[in-house]
Design a binder for this molecule. Structure first.
Ligand code: GDD
Ligand code: MG
Length: 331
């Protein structure tokens, strides 16, 4: 099966972490998010992936290349300008002659272990035009709410609904779809089209189906969810991402330098090249590549950007995000 992964978004909610690298390249433990997603898709029978790229495509292309290392056939469609979700999918499909077949489409920021084979089986069982994977969330206002009726047919798709609009419904679009070629008829060539607001609502009543999943699901697109993704991975809560130490609930790269008197506590992740000095204490915090955390620094729910420097005993507020290179003279 051929998949298209949407990786062209600007990652605005994660700025400044996404100023110089695209959101899908942010690390979850020792590898970029996308590497985990590619291996997950491969495990579900995907053999080829086309990236629908926009913002900073070269960061992705130079890292993964043609996919040989991962045993996948990788291609890159680069939009001349942001075409939005449906526009980007259609552009990538047309660019590589994929509009004649069924495609799996994934958002490039969702960490999940949902069962793609089950999604495809549901799609087949309904002979659907498109099938949307759903996941339950507490607050649907950040997502695309999907209301279903008999036989899992979609009755309504409401992108970023208000709480009133959502009512008691909590199942949202998990960002993974199976699409049949007919879907592309709704997307004129070169047009900027949003799949959530313009395509799915139009497909309601035209064999648009959905299927709910209860496994792990997390859109890493905010500071809080990005931190949680790392903590969950470190705790071994995500099938397919093995933490290095069993029951440690933390993860330290073998290429980081953590002093023996430093306390890297639960939910914390320290990446390659980072230094954590004696007496520093980390709870639920992520220290990105090459960052420096001085003596007696206390970090709770903090993200320290790549190459940033926190001086000994410097006070950092709970939940802070320190931008890449901040505090470093070698900026
Ligand atoms: N190539 C390309 N071009 N990709 C894009 C563009 C574009 O113009 N705009 C967005 N993307 C990509 C992003 O990189 C991301 O992988 C995906 O499309 C979704 O965009 P987000 O900006 O992350 O959307 P969201 O998180 O607010 O909402 C989406 O995901 C939710 C689940 O996490 C929607 O699909 C919701 O319906 C869904 O519930
Ligand atoms: Mg998102």
């Amino acid at each position: 099966m051929h998949a298209i992964i949407l990786v062209g978004g600007r990652g605005t909610r994660l700025q400044p972490l996404t100023d110089s690298r695209p959101k899908p390249m942010l690390p979850i433990l020792g590898a970029p998010f996308l590497e985990h997603q590619l291996l997950y898709l491969k495990g579900h029978g995907v053999t080829a992936v086309t990236f629908a790229c926009g913002f900073l495509p070269d960061e992705i292309r130079s890292y993964f290349g043609d996919g040989e290392r991962l045993g996948l056939e990788l291609t890159y469609a680069i939009e001349p300008e942001p075409l939005d979700t449906a526009g980007a999918i259609a552009f990538a499909a047309r660019e590589f002659g994929l509009t004649d077949r069924r495609l799996l489409v994934c958002n490039g920021d969702v960490l999940t272990d949902l069962d793609v084979s089950e999604l495809i089986a549901a799609h087949d069982a309904h002979d659907a035009t498109a099938t949307i994977a759903l996941t339950p969330v507490e607050d649907p206002t950040r997502y695309g709410l999907v209301r279903t009726g008999d036989d899992d047919e979609v009755l309504a798709f409401l992108e970023k609904p208000t709480l009133e609009e959502a009512g008691v419904d909590r199942y949202i679009n998990a960002g993974t779809y199976v699409l049949e070629p007919e879907v592309f008829e709704l997307v004129p060539e070169g047009a900027r089209v949003n799949i959530e607001r313009e395509v799915f609502p139009k497909l309601v009543g035209r064999r648009l189906h959905a299927i709910g999943f209860d496994g792990y699901w997390n859109d890493i697109g905010t500071f809080e969810s990005y931190r949680r993704a790392n903590a969950d991975a470190a705790a071994g809560r995500i099938a397919g991402i093995a933490p290095s130490e069993r029951n440690a609930r933390r993860w330290v790269s073998p290429d980081a330098k953590v002093a023996s008197g430093a306390d890297v506590g639960a939910g914390s992740v320290v990446l390659a090249g980072a230094v954590v000095e004696d007496g520093a204490e980390l709870i639920g915090s992520v220290v990105l590549e090459g960052a420096f955390v001085g003596r007696e620094v206390f970090l709770e729910d903090v993200i320290v950007g790549e190459g940033a420097r926190i001086e000994p005993a410097q006070l950092v507020a709970v939940g802070d995000v320190i931008g890449p290179g901040v505090g470093s003279t070698a900026r």
